[in-house]
Design a protein around this ligand. Structure first.
Ligand code: ADP
Ligand code: MG
Length: 628
């Protein structure tokens, strides 16, 4: 049945329609919920069922008038005619009455259609008090604390007891004593054990890196969560937040401002766990990807698509390519996990394009996060528990770059300048790919399953390739050994090379004009050949995302190739002058690199050619650090 809603429905009509809807489609869910109460307290309603099975106009109104609709839905549960007493008698309700249970059930709406989803940056004044659905990553989460919802007060003069409902964040005392003969206007005592509290928590979400392009800064949005939604997410979780957008007036020192801040009063949180769904790949694009993967020159094309405006550095770009495609994470029988992510590190003289390469890679990665080691945020690179304005005196757990880049690539510039807390957390973050926090009652483990691309300048201005790197960049060998590949880049004047770089840089600067000219004259694109990517970034990003669905397995021959090379390395590494110790980590690195190489062809097996690429690039890196 479908009715047309000509005028706005009143609250009783909304309640009646929801009663009808719940009876038709949600009676099983309501019975289940009542049986599980108080372990579960929320009825989750799929927006689609309202939209497609019940009444599209009614569903639309919910977005426009969420307060009335949420209240109406909760009243419909409270006054439902579904037979629930038998359920309660056999449930876990611990002697609670049907009324007590139904009074406390929240109705939460989930899975709004994508046309109703918004990015934080696109929220406008017309969204205020409307139902919104927003994608993001949880960046901060405060401790869960009780919040007063109904205060019971005692007048300190006459002892009269009164109730005051609490709304929003400000604390409301009675205006005056309700006793006729008293009517005193101050001195009330809050009777804590007679008052009602609800769990409350404040979150901050940030736009997801995959929703940002170029140098856009992610925007933040504050979220208020209550009751059974508290404590459900941790920083780094990817979520969809559904709720009502509220505004609150900014307070300057002595006057109220006309500019308002917004936050979301959360109705439901959807945790996004799937990995590949953030990039939509069309059938047409999939065909292009398949075609590319069987191109015999695909490996070079991919390398030529990394930072083409930077001249040279072919080995570095090859490493970046392998890092983007990445190896396969493995779950061992004993429950431990070996990362598939490849960590790389660029150390070298200033002004040679390191930062530029990092920015390029973070834009190209399907999920790239760029940060600087000397960043001023309290979370730094890893994560921190802080007590600041955001939490209004409560402790807040805050995610740094490596957590926000979970399942992506974190590029960290000026890594040598990171603080000591990050330095110690990084050991765990790089190998176990998690960050543990235990401070002030907050204990949590945040996930940081990302590849790290770091860059650092040497301590003494210029790099000296005959000195151990650890001495030159203020990083302990234990941290350096966690990188799969370390490149040391030096800037020695070389007339021929310098001339080429100079021409390349100038050409990149005027790329716009060159392409306009060649459009007019119809000249071939040869003028731009070496500064334009072989594969467009947008397609490349999708190619990379798609490749992650493939988990290539080593062939016997490839295995032999890697093991032989590793054994040779071990022998050389025995030498006490060797700058880097050779450990089993190098073997794991070789496997990851070879797997990544197979993924560039979307190949299910790792062949000898892949193993050779891995050994060649590892060899080059070791030579550069003086191990030959
Ligand atoms: P670093 O981080 O190594 O100190 P930057 O990335 O800031 O250096 O580079 C400084 C500038 O020099 C950038 O504008 C960069 O584009 C340019 N540059 C340096 N090396 C190259 C190169 N090989 N090819 C093209 N541009 C380069
Ligand atoms: Mg730099």
């Amino acid at each position: 049945m479908s009715t047309t809603i000509e005028e706005s429905l009143d609250i009783n009509e909304v309640e009646d329609r929801f009663k009808e809807f719940f009876e038709k489609y949600y009676s099983t869910e309501i019975k289940d919920l009542v049986a599980k109460y108080p372990n579960e307290k929320s009825l989750y309603v799929h927006y689609n069922s309202l939209l497609e099975r019940f009444d599209p106009e009614f569903a639309d109104r919910l977005v426009e008038e969420p307060d009335k609709f949420i209240l109406g839905a909760e009243r419909a549960v409270k006054n439902t005619e579904i037979k629930l007493q038998p359920v309660i008698d056999s449930g876990e309700s611990q002697g609670l009455s049907l009324n007590e249970i139904l009074n406390n059930i929240n109705v939460r709406f989930i899975e709004l259609p994508t046309r109703l989803r918004t990015l934080a940056r696109n929220l406008r004044s017309h969204h205020i008090n409307k139902f919104v659905s927003i994608d993001g990553i949880v960046k901060r989460a405060t401790e869960v604390r009780p919040k007063l919802v109904k205060g019971v007060f005692k007048c300190l003069r006459c002892g009269n007891v009164m109730e005051v409902g609490q709304e929003g964040e400000s604390y409301q005392e009675p205006y005056q004593c309700a006793d006729e003969t008293c009517q005193r206007k101050n001195a009330f005592e809050l009777l804590v054990d007679k008052s009602d509290f609800i769990d409350s928590q404040k979150l901050q979400i940030q736009e997801r890196p995959e929703d940002l392009r170029g140098a856009e800064q992610p925007q933040d949005l504050n979220i208020l969560v209550e009751d059974d939604l508290t404590g459900e997410v941790v920083p780094g979780n990817r979520v969809i937040i559904n709720g009502v957008l509220r505004s609150s007036q900014k307070q300057s020192r002595n006057s109220k401002s006309t500019v308002f801040d917004v936050y979301v009063e959360c109705n439901s949180i959807e945790l996004m766990d799937r990995e590949f769904e953030d990039l939509e790949i069309t059938v047409e694009e999939l065909n292009m990807i398949e075609d590319l993967s069987s191109d015999p020159d695909i490996y070079n094309k991919i390398i030529d698509s990394i930072a083409p405006t930077i001249y040279g550095y072919r080995d570095v770009k090859e490493a970046m390519a392998l890092q983007l495609f990445s190896g396969v994470a493995k779950q061992l029988p004993d429950g431990s996990r070996i990362r598939g992510d490849i960590h790389t590190f660029l150390v070298g003289d200033p002004g040679i394009g390191k930062s530029q390469i990092l920015r390029y890679v973070s834009n190209l990665a399907p999920r790239g996060v760029y940060a600087s080691g000397k960043s001023s945020t309290s979370a730094g690179l890893t994560a921190a528990a802080v007590k600041d304005e955001f939490g209004d005196g409560k402790w807040t757990l805050e995610a740094g770059a490596l957590v926000l880049a979970d399942k992506g690539v974190a590029t960290i510039d000026e890594m040598d300048k990171m603080n000591s807390r990050d330095r110690s957390a990084l050991h765990e973050a790089m190998e176990q790919q998690s960050i543990s926090i235990a401070k002030a009652g907050i204990t949590s483990t945040l996930k940081s399953r990302c590849a790290l691309l770091g860059a650092a300048n040497p301590k003494y201005g210029r790099f000296d390739r005959y000195e151990p790197i650890a001495d030159q960049i203020d990083m302990e060998p234990s941290l350096l050994s966690r990188f799969d590949l370390i490149f040391t880049l030096t800037d020695k004047p070389d007339k021929k090379k310098d001339e080429k770089i100079a021409n390349h840089i100038i050409k990149s600067h005027y790329a716009g004009e060159i392409s306009m000219k060649s459009d007019k004259s119809g000249e071939a694109d040869t003028a731009l050949e070496d500064i334009e990517p072989a594969i467009e970034p947008e397609l490349m990003r999708k190619y990379i995302a798609h490749s992650k669905q493939i988990t290539p397995v080593l062939t016997e021959d490839a295995k032999e190739e890697l093991v032989d090379f590793y054994l040779e390395l071990r022998e050389i590494g025995e030498d006490e002058n060797s700058p880097v110790p050779v450990t089993a980590r190098q073997l794991e690195a070789l496997v990851r690199l070879a797997e990544a190489s197979a993924r560039t062809r979307l190949n299910e097996t790792v062949e000898v050619v892949d193993a050779e690429r891995a050994t060649t690039i590892v060899n080059k890196c070791l030579k550069e650090v003086g191990m030959d």
